[in-house]
Design a protein around this ligand. Structure first.
Ligand code: NAI
Length: 514
């Protein structure tokens, strides 16, 4: 372990990192160019520890011992004896490079230099150093002590012993470690791009409103927060800048294309909670939500035809429809009066209607990725008779479960967001940015998703996810944004679990040592 740890930058991140390691028993020295920032950080940390004492989670003696392990360092030179220095200063390449160059003149030749950067290349920061092999990324999340994940980022020239020592230190402090190569957004900020960008795309095509998208994703796949609430919480200026940066760094790969609508909203100052207006309005810090659309007060005269829907769903729908006297037809073909319900995967309703030869004025789609007991999602298409849409809405809501009606889309809302998350997760595995062991855990810890990409795929079925992606790609004229990752396609084709690793490139398998 490291006997002395220096931390530079006593802001939101530096003070959290100091607290994490002091709590784990390490001696830390905290430095900042603004002396008052160090004092504020130590006072802030004391306040947090006092709250733990008040809750009975910490003894007053342990509080004092932890505080004694956090020393202020007024001058950078006081960090000379540190075996590890972690910087959490301003996010500017040349400032971080200059700091590391200065540190190299102070610390021992085998001291480790770590950067908490969230968006800069670790390799580029290290490139200014005489010994870039001892530089690594040590990327924590805010707030550091509660977010139990850290990315240990391997720069192009970082040596394995540096990674090993940082991993051991973080694990000893109780954090889960994801080791990742130095790529744009590292692991988490890369994997997190699918959720928001696909949601923006859905809204930009007029498929659903931001509030509908949030409701559907909360009540269907079970995200704690919808993407638009999350934009409001983070600040759209921050999120949009990350989206643009990742997109640029991957040389405009369309998977990451941000939304022009978000750029406009940033320009308009509609940033979220901090400006009082984002996708939602905020009054006294409270998010103002619009209520669900009212259920149309119509009589359901028409029967429903469900095609080859699975028998269990058919029985559940029958029970709901009984509540408003709606009848289900039995035949293989719909009668001339029937409202037809289809359940496409990755295909929009228009394409499915044409393929199945169904009457467009009376056919709607139901999303199999909805949670039947929480919120049912129906999809109309341009030729649907509005009077029949109203009857379908009324029938699906007959037991009081809310119903969301959206416009035509390949994959509704949930299917396309889930498929995009899985696809990006698979692409991250394909590129060796995460391993099947680290991917889901890192994402659940850092992003709070109900399931990581691989578990989402397992839940909905990897073949279904592949079908959805292929359907989306076909619907959008072969758009490369939706191209399935080879990692996903190969494992579905071979009926192998998505966790099956690739062999290391260049390794010789099946050979016997001589
Ligand atoms: P912050 O603005 O709260 O704190 C930065 C501190 O560094 C300030 O107290 C400032 O006085 C000090 N500082 C600036 N230049 C310095 C220098 N040359 N020498 C010594 N001290 C200097 O910033 P925050 O949010 O703590 O971020 C710090 C780093 O951590 C950045 O690289 C950021 O990208 C990264 N990061 C931030 C996260 C966040 O959610 N805030 C999450 C993960 C990483």
């Amino acid at each position: 372990m490291f006997s002395r740890i220096g931390i530079i930058g006593a802001g939101a991140m530096g003070r959290g990192i100091a607290q994490l390691f002091a709590t784990a028993g390490q001696q830390v020295w905290l430095h900042d160019t603004r002396p008052e920032a160090i004092e504020e950080a130590l006072a802030f940390n004391r306040g947090l520890l006092e709250r733990s004492v008040a809750k009975g989670r910490l003894t007053p003696e342990a509080l004092e011992q932890t505080m004694a392990r956090m020393q202020p360092a007024q001058h950078l030179a006081e960090l000379a004896g540190c075996e590890l220095v972690i910087e959490a200063i301003v996010e500017r390449l040349e400032v971080k490079q200059a700091l590391f160059v200065e540190l190299e003149g102070l610390v021992a030749a085998d001291a480790v230099l770590a950067t908490n950067t969230s968006s800069l290349s670790v390799t580029r920061i290290a490139s200014a150093c005489q010994r870039p092999e001892r530089v690594a990324g040590f990327h924590f999340f805010n707030p550091v002590t509660l977010m139990k994940l850290v990315e240990v980022v391997r720069g192009e020239r970082t040596e394995p012993w540096v990674i090993d020592r940082l991993v051991a230190l973080a694990e000893q402090a109780g954090h889960f470690v994801a080791i990742t190569p130095d790529t744009p957004g590292f692991l988490v900020n890369h994997a997190g791009r699918a959720f928001g960008t696909e949601a923006q795309r859905i809204v930009s095509e007029g498929i659903a409103t931001p509030e509908q998208v949030d409701r559907i994703l909360r009540d269907g796949p079970g995200f704690k927060m919808g993407p638009f609430e999350l934009f409001d919480l983070t600040g759209l200026d921050i999120s949009h800048a990350v989206m643009e940066s990742v997109h640029d760094q991957f040389y405009n790969d369309p998977r990451y294309t941000p939304s022009y609508l978000a750029a406009q909203r940033v320009a308009a100052g509609l940033l979220g909670r901090k400006t009082g207006q984002g996708y939602y309005r905020y009054e006294n810090g409270q998010q103002i939500r619009t209520p669900d659309a009212p259920v149309p007060e119509v009589i359901v005269e028409r029967p429903f035809w469900l095609g080859n829907i699975d028998p269990e769903l058919r029985a559940r729908l029958q029970a709901v429809f009984d509540g408003c006297g709606a009848r289900l037809e039995e035949g293989d073909e719909p009668s001339d009066a029937a409202i037809c319900i289809i359940t496409p995967l990755g295909e929009d309703a228009s394409a499915a209607i044409e393929r199945m030869g169904l009457p467009a004025d009376r056919t709607l789609a139901y999303d199999l990725f909805s949670d039947f007991d929480k919120r049912r999602v129906l999809m109309r298409q341009p030729a649907l008779d509005p009077a029949l849409e109203a009857q379908a809405h009324r029938a699906f809501a007959a037991d009081g479960v809310p119903v969301e009606v959206i416009n035509d889309s390949p994959g509704f809302v949930s299917q396309r967001v889930v498929a995009s998350i899985v696809n990006l997760g698979c692409e991250i595995l394909q590129k060796g940015i995460a391993t099947p062991d680290s991917l889901d855990r890192a994402i659940e810890l850092a992003l709070g998703y109900p399931r990581g990409p691989l578990a989402l795929a397992e839940h909905y079925g990897p073949l279904n996810v592949l079908d959805i992606l292929q359907g989306m790609q076909a619907c959008y004229g072969g758009e490369a944004r939706y191209r399935p990752s080879p990692w996903l396609r190969r494992r579905v084709q071979l009926a192998a679990p998505l966790t099956t690793p690739d062999a290391r490139a260049g390794s010789v398998s099946g050979s016997t040592a001589l």
